[in-house]
Design a protein around this ligand. Structure first.
Ligand SMILES: [Zn+2]
Length: 415
């Protein structure tokens, strides 16, 4: 088996993957902010992290994977207040929709699904630790993180902090690099908004402190892997590092993995352009979950992907071909036997499958293999009218196919 290499945003390099504890991986994924239905760009990231976790499991690692549901953030607070609802009631519909979508797309459940609203005391405690170490200051009932106190600020996103005005603050959970400022750990309540009474005063957590507190609670102070979409690298992940490392004095994460953006028909997805799609939109057009999964997985996660309906149609045909082939195998037309040529091809295919995924989850290295293997197997079948004799059983070949079936792209091989 090939050595696993992953691209680490922190170092900017593709590095051999070595977890802290042999055989075990501690991984955190930023889940959706449940203020609306997640879109296909979000699901590209979740399919990528699913391939990663399935591949690590296939390689024998025991996984401790945490995924959060951000059910407190500016947008949820505002939408819930506008709807006159409690934030938990407001977000429930989108939480359930997300679970349904993950199931539909064959995205495995992580070891821990957790919600921000269940962890407010953990966030308060972390803020108190930062207060003790004087990384914070209060202003008008809110508590801010002083970024100049953390010299490594910017190491993930490579942001240039020269010219940043000490004491300038930003209150929004989401902002651009140009707006890098001291950010809110705890926000004072505004009239009509949901808040908690806590030891650090009434209010609600900022988005960034949620992930730091929850990740360290379940995974310890240093994680092996943290994943998310590239748009989260700044400010969210940069701020997670600043909060966590200031509190513990230890590295927060060894490997940061980020999935690139998804364009639709060459343009940034937006509701105003009419190219904004949720899973529901695509299923209503007749596309199948397996097709969508293959399509989203077909471009390696670190490359920008241009999602097109033409590509989705091609994925539909690819899946039909694979399923037809699997059906033929299942119908018993390939009895077990000895055939060196086929056995060698299967061994080579398995090796290439592993090498492709070991190469920073290079799913593009697998797609050509899928096609080639399929073509070879079909031509072999045509050239042999007598019962085939192959070294491997029909079921093992089907299993190999399942490994490249979109819904099971990196599913563990069965014995
Ligand atoms: Zn997060």
């Amino acid at each position: 088996m090939a050595e696993i290499h992953l691209h680490n945003t922190l170092t900017g390099k593709t590095e051999p993957f070595v977890p802290q504890k042999p055989g075990e991986v501690r991984m955190y994924t930023c889940g959706p902010t449940v203020y609306d239905y997640a879109h296909i760009g979000n699901y590209r990231t979740f399919v990528f992290q699913d391939i990663l976790r399935r591949f690590l499991k296939l390689r024998g690692f025991r996984l401790n994977h945490v995924m959060n549901l951000t059910d407190v953030d500016d947008r949820i607070i505002a939408n819930a207040a506008a709807a006159g609802k409690n934030i938990r009631d407001y977000s429930e519909k989108f939480v359930q929709a997300f679970f349904d979508d993950c199931k539909t797309l064959s995205i495995e459940a992580p070891e821990h699904w957790i919600r921000a609203t269940d962890h407010i005391p953990d966030m308060v405690q972390l803020i108190q630790r930062l207060q003790e170490k004087t990384f914070t200051y209060p202003s008008e009932g809110s508590i801010y993180y002083r970024i100049t106190k953390f010299p490594a600020y910017g190491k993930l996103s490579k942001i240039d902090l020269t010219g940043i005005q000490a004491g300038a603050r930003v209150d929004n959970d989401r902002y651009e690099k140009e707006s890098a400022r001291d950010f809110a750990l705890w926000k004072a309540p505004k009239p009509g908004e949901h808040f908690w009474e806590t030891a650090i005063g009434p209010g609600r957590p900022g988005w960034h402190i949620e992930c730091s507190a929850m990740a360290m609670k379940y995974l310890g102070e240093t994680l092996d892997i943290h994943t998310g979409g590239i748009d989260l690298a700044f400010p969210h992940h940069e701020n997670e590092i600043a909060q966590s490392e200031a509190a513990t004095g230890k590295p927060f994460v060894h490997y940061w993995l980020h999935a690139e953006h998804l364009l639709v028909e060459g343009e940034k997805m937006s509701k105003s352009l009419g190219n904004f799609f949720t899973l529901r939109d695509l299923f209503a057009k007749g596309y199948k979950p397996s097709t969508l999964r293959l399509c989203l997985a077909s471009v390696p996660y670190r490359r920008q992907q241009n999602f097109t309906f033409n590509g989705l149609d091609q994925a539909t045909s690819a899946i039909e071909r694979l399923r037809n082939f699997a059906d033929r195998l299942r119908q018993g037309k390939f009895p077990a036997g000895e055939q060196e040529g086929m056995a060698a091809r299967i061994a080579k295919a398995a090796e290439e499958f592993d090498a492709g995924l070991s190469d920073d989850l290079n799913t593009a290295r697998i797609s050509p293999w899928t096609k080639a293997n399929f073509a070879r197997a079909m031509s072999l079948r045509r050239s042999n009218s007598s019962p085939h004799s192959t070294k491997s059983s029909p079921s093992s070949k089907i299993t190999m196919l399942q490994n490249c079936r979109p819904s099971d792209l990196a599913a563990p091989r069965q014995a």
